[in-house]
Design a protein around this ligand. Sequence first.
Ligand code: ADP
Length: 546
Amino acid sequence: MLGQMIKKPLLISGLIEHAVRFHGDTDVISVETTGGIERTHWEKIGINARRLASTLGKLGVEPGDRCGTIAWNNRRHLEIYFGVSGGGMVCHTLNPRLAPETLVYVINHAKDKILFVDRTFLPLVANLAPKLETVRRVVVLGPRDAEVGAMLEGLMFYDELLEAGDEAFKWPELDEMTASSLCYTSGTTGHPKGVVYSHRSTVLHSLVGCGPDAINIAARDTVMPVVPMFHVNAWGVPYIAAMQGARLVLPGPQLDGPSLAQLIDTEQVTLALGVPTIWMGLLAALRDGSATAASMKRTIVGGSALPPSMIAAFQDEFGIELIHAWGMTETSPLGTLNQLKSKHVGMDSAQLVELRKGQGRPPYGVELRIVGEDNMPLANDGLTQGRLQIRGHWIVDTYFGMDAPALTPDGWFDTGDIASLDAEGYLVIKDRAKDVIKSGGEWIASVELENIAIAHPGIANAAVIAAQHEKWDERPVVVAVKSPGSELDAAGLLAWFDGKVPAWQKPDAAFFVDALPVSGTGKVLKKELREIYGAVLTGNPASCEA
Ligand code: ADP
């Protein structure tokens, strides 16, 4: 016997129509690419999304076609999220920080028909244009502008498209399994791979993601996704904000600490989300005293390991709770969030610090396990380390354009991370499998060593990488950025590890740099560091100063 309830597909158009109907006058605030702040509200976003959807067919785009975006977090990009997906096309967010040849690969691989481009990225697109095989139209996000129009032949202007659109457009009743958006992994090894989200997976991810033990977004919140909309759909926040009718602040191109701090104060942001490097900048700005961030109660931090010293600094100095989360492009991205249980309330602070430095536990909808080299599950005792695998409603099955699923024979996605899990699912990421330092048959996790280095007051940022070693195969080497005015030297930094880790895990050498190389998504490029420092313990460390 089947249940006898209304069967209604889970669709992204339903999210925006909910926001229009019940939260129509709630603000959406957008820092514009050309400067200035634009204020609008959910009703207008919905109207513009419908107008956009109504024009796509006239541009020769068919259901299922990919529409690329190269844009900051701003109002027009938000409308494209809803207009393109709601209209039955696939919103393909592109990371402008990828190398040009990678961007060309990704656009051609996805067979993007249209590109929606912020003015900032027009020179980039003009450069790539001769190599783009499928793109028929490039639409600039803004009003007609003669100077911009001269930059590339045949440019169209977003605002003109909308003027010609139909605000009474009726959203198609799609199958909920229809593809809604596409995001490529950054492809640190080999070509990037595309992950195709569905309407169903996106709506389920939003339903769970808004909950109090997940991102915790209510209608009363003012949410600022600093995480780019080209990075796993800004962690799903645009959809969740519409579902909940939250005030939304889209910070545009200025992501430095002082700009963000000021925006938090002027717009009274209650919740922000981003990678740890962004919050390092914010911390420095708050310490300068130019802003207070008094309205901000919490931030969700993920994408790479959050140093515990940052958790304490934000909490103790500014009363802001940092909630550590883990996920990846293939997981939509919510995999775990570090939210407490009732039994943790009242824990002593040392225990709490220990618990909070991990990545948290999975919400309903995803399952986790760790496995050994033989793919057999390992103990969930909080100690044993293994390869982290995941499955669930918003986890990738098959990469775009591939025939075979990306799963183990028993249906799990292998994340490439090395982790431990405790009996309640609390996850601690030790390292990426490819970054683990294999010293004399033992593994040394770089994340813990980095956390120790960053906790030194004279250190602003640090990465620990494997350098080849004649006797031990690999040994850890720390590459660090000093805090302004710090006079720490390599010996001092190495001595800082004494007593904090077993002696054999201590890095063998330390180097200082002005900045660490980071990827388009703000993650430290360890591969590049290995190329520079990988031979310092064996060959001639000519270019490095120990
Ligand atoms: P890529 O960095 O390859 O583009 P993603 O952006 O999808 O891919 O990043 C996913 C990876 O980032 C995870 O597999 C994990 O290694 C790392 N990561 C994400 N969040 C965290 C976290 N909170 N702590 C440690 N590592 C994290």
